[in-house]
Design a protein around this ligand. Structure first.
Ligand SMILES: [Ca+2]
Ligand SMILES: [Ca+2]
Length: 230
């Protein structure tokens, strides 16, 4: 990108053209930098796991009935018109256990939905599901509804295995996987209750097509202006 400065003194018009060209290159590089910066900030996360470990930290065995929770670029809210959901800290022997401190639980009247802060689409990959507790250890069917920008929806139902022994030797949580049809949703709702949930994994496509197109256009303009300046 460096401009040669030790040539024979050019004619005034050529010098003026070179100055204009150099200014164009500088402003174009600046535009590219801004685009790449926004790319890194909004789309660079890749695949991430939400473990619900906070903050805030809770005391062992405590449950916090909340209307919202936030971790990384992902927001969690209760579906409007429902009570909320419970963020629970391990320590109560009746709760499902998986070697991590915190997980989510939905009791009667609760619900959950989630999406990304910037509203962009993402691909749900998997989530760990368990029964409510050893007090309510029955297998539970959990419905997930995904929403796309084109107005279409996609659903998946997972039924837990009914294995639930709290801090006993059995695995209370089981990992369930979303199919390829769930790709490209911007919001997911879980209208059912009576479940426990942990380790949500989502994949955030990177980078967005519109940002790539913008960078391509800037690069083409840069190449064109350099050819003209030669
Ligand atoms: Ca956890
Ligand atoms: Ca189970």
């Amino acid at each position: 990108m460096s401009m040669s400065s030790n040539q024979h003194s050019p004619k005034p018009r050529r010098r003026h053209l070179r100055q204009v060209s150099a200014g164009l290159v500088r402003s174009t590089i600046g535009t590219l930098a801004v685009l790449l910066l926004s790319l890194g900030q909004t789309r660079g996360q890749g695949t991430l796991q939400i473990g619900f470990e906070g903050p805030p930290v809770l005391r062992p065995g405590a449950g916090d009935h909340v209307a919202e929770y936030h971790e990384g670029p992902v927001w969690f809210l209760a579906i409007p018109g429902t009570d909320g959901f419970v963020r629970r800290w391990s320590g109560d022997p009746r709760d499902p256990y998986n070697d991590t401190a915190a997980f989510l639980q939905a009791t009667l009247g609760d619900s959950l939905m989630f999406g990304l802060d910037d509203g962009s689409s993402f691909d749900p990959v998997s989530v760990d599901l368990a029964e409510y507790s050893t007090v309510v250890p029955d297998a539970v069917t959990v419905l997930f509804v995904g929403y796309r920008r084109d107005g279409s929806t996609v659903t998946a139902s997972f039924t837990t295995d009914g294995v639930m022994d709290g801090t006993g030797p059995l695995a209370d949580f089981q990992t369930v996987y979303f199919g390829a049809e769930f790709a490209g949703v911007y919001r997911v709702r879980i209208p059912a209750y009576g479940w426990s949930l942990d380790n949500l994994i989502v994949s955030i496509p990177e980078p967005s097509t519109s940002t790539l197109l913008a960078i391509g256009a800037v690069l083409m303009a840069l190449g064109s202006s350099r050819r003209k300046g030669q």
